[in-house]
Design a protein around this ligand. Sequence first.
Ligand code: KIV
Length: 275
Amino acid sequence: MKNSISTFMNAKHNGEKLTMLTAYDYSTAKIIDGAGINGILVGDSLGMVCLGYKDTLSVTMEDMLHHIKAVTRGAKNALVVGDMPFMSYQTSVYDAVKNAGRMIQEGLAGAVKLEGGATVYEQVKAIVKSQIPVMGHIGLTPQSVNVFGGFKIQGKDEIKAKKIIEDAKKLEQAGVFSIVLEGIPYKLAKIITETVSVPTIGIGAGKYCDGQILVYQDMLGLFSDFKPKFVKVYGNAGEVMRKAFEDYNDEVKSSAFPDEEHSFKIDENVINKLY
Ligand code: KIV
C-alpha cells in the first residue's frame, strides 16, 4: 500500500508504529520498499556512509538530488523524504522554499526533512505553505556538530530538555507532519511524543517514539567507522560482502571463475573458421 503523510498521521492516531530506513540508491530502495517499510529517508548521512566525509556538512543540494532521484525510481510504496543539506535552508526562507521545491520537482520526493526547531520556524512554515510536507528533526542534529562539540546526546539537563520540548511544539505549530527525535534520553522522547499531535520518529531516542528510523548501513554492519550505542545490527551484510569479495578474488586468481556455467557457447564450426 502506498504510504503518504496521511499514513503517518493515521498511524499515530491508531497507535500503530511506523518504520523508516535511509537509502541512497535504486537497488537498496527497491529492497527496503519491498520489505514494507513505511518511509525511506534519503539522509544527508549520505556524506558519511556513502561519500566518506567525517560529518554531513559537505553534502550539497546536487549530491542530494542525485541520490533522491535514484531512490524515488526504486521506491513504489514507501514515502520518500529528501533531507535538506547544510546551508540549503539556513540562509533564508527563499532558499528553503526553492531548495525544498527542487527535491519535489526534480527528485520526485514526497516530503522534505530539515534540522532545527524554533530557529527554522519561518522556513518550515513557508515550505508547508508551498504545499510541501515537512518532517522536522531535533535533538542531536548532525548539522550542528560544531556547536555541540561532537556527536553528543542532547537534552540531558532541565534547560536543554525544555528547549527541545519547545522546539517540538514550535515545529508542530509550523505545520510539520512528523518529527525525527535523534540522540535524546528516552524519557524525554516519551514526553515529546505525548505532547505533540504529529508522529515522532526516533533514532537513539528509545521505544516510546511513534516510529523508528535507522541508517541502513548501520543496521547491516556495513559502516565500520564507528557504531553508536543505539544501533542494533540486524544482519552482518558487511561480513557477507567481505567473504564474497575474497572468494571472487581467490577464484579468479586460481582460474576457477568464470567456469562453463557462466560463459557463452558458440558452434565449433564457426570457431574453426576463425583460426
Ligand atoms: O541523515 C540521516 O540519515 C538522518 C537520520 C539519522 C535521521 O538525518
